[in-house]
Design a protein around this ligand. Structure first.
Ligand code: PBG
Length: 323
């Protein structure tokens, strides 16, 4: 036998020399959940180790994460039912706590990168990402609301806008508004291939944002489809997206690879709440080694082609990451 592939696996040193993929804390964006109030830190039931923070405690959490090397955060607000309406009006109320918090975070930590979420669901009494009329999600009418939301987030100091709504034409619509209003430097990370997935439930628990009726299948993609992601990606690139995102990550590694191979903009993958919850739940039962399962999943998301990983594991990963 001249060829013995096992020779390159014979010691830890050789294995690390031939390692093709390496994770780094720099790959991550850490999603954080914000609530109104003071001195609040409430664990999300279905996401052990993940909390909803009031701004004061979120500032502390961001500082801790920065010391671990995490420099990018995606902030999601949880609003009480009393603030929600059909038009998601609270999303662009200049005095709403989410926008105030973005401003404060950027004042305190100008060097961090703050991504914000553009979609109606946290503010919508229907719990949908778009405007609901007679049981239908209206596309173009939703764009107007998303435009106001985007402008408000830009004014608050967001570095990256993350449209997660899956309405058609939103990247161009939002890019135009940003440019017209003098926000040429604000980036757009488009949720390009966002699938109608069962893996978002813990997130909807965290934000109390589950749809009140129906599902999201008329706007989020069908998990059966791969090539349809190319249509979404072509449009997003043409319309001015700076990054393309695939979501969820683990069951969609083929989609990540497809976009990586076909587009030259950076590809992000969202390792979603249900993917986090699955590992945490089985680790709690002793059914798998949570730390190894986390490291393997994150590594494989990167191997599939993701340049950027949004993950609730970011902090835990950073705590383990030693040179
Ligand atoms: C909503 C939004 C969702 C997530 C991010 N933005 C949920 C949904 O579409 O219902 C999911 C994130 C996660 O599960 O971690 N626009």
């Amino acid at each position: 036998m001249h060829r013995r592939p096992r020779r390159n696996r014979k010691s830890a040193v050789i294995r690390s020399l031939v390692e093709e993929t390496r994770l780094s804390v720099k790959d991550f964006i850490f999603p954080l959940f914000l609530i109104d109030g003071l001195n609040q830190k409430v664990e999300v039931n279905s996401m052990p180790g993940i909390f909803r923070y009031s701004l004061d405690l979120m500032l502390q959490e961001i500082e801790i994460c920065m010391k671990l090397g995490i420099m990018a955060f995606d902030i999601f607000p949880a609003y009480p039912e009393s603030k929600k309406d059909k038009y998601a009006s609270e999303s662009h109320n200049p005095s709403t706590f989410y926008l105030g918090a973005i401003q404060k975070i950027k004042q305190n930590f100008p060097e961090v990168c703050i991504m914000t979420d553009v979609a109606m669901d946290p503010y919508s009494s229907d719990g949908h990402d778009g405007l609901v009329m007679n049981g239908k999600i209206l596309n173009d009418e939703t764009l107007e609301i998303l435009g106001k939301m985007t402008l408000a987030q830009a004014q608050a100091g967001a570095d990256i806008i993350g449209p997660s709504d899956m309405m058609d034409g939103r990247v161009r619509y939002l890019r135009n508004i940003l440019d017209e209003q003098g926000f040429k430097d604000i980036s757009i990370m488009s949720y390009t291939a966002k699938y109608a997935s069962a893996f978002y439930n813990p997130f909807r628990d965290a934000l109390d944002s589950a749809p009140k009726s129906g599902d999201k299948k008329t706007y989020q993609m069908d998990p059966a489809n791969l090539h349809e992601a190319l249509i979404e990606a072509e449009l997003d690139v043409e319309e001015g997206a700076d990054f393309l995102m695939v979501k969820p990550a683990l069951a969609y590694l083929d989609v990540i690879r497809l976009l990586k191979d076909n587009f030259s903009v950076p590809i992000a993958a969202y390792n979603v709440s249900g993917e986090y919850a699955m590992i945490k739940a089985s680790a709690e039962r002793g059914w798998l080694d949570g730390e190894r399962a986390m490291l393997e999943s994150l590594l494989c998301i990167k191997r599939a082609g993701a340049n950027i990983i949004l993950s609730y594991f970011a902090k835990e990963y950073a705590q383990l990451d030693k040179p």
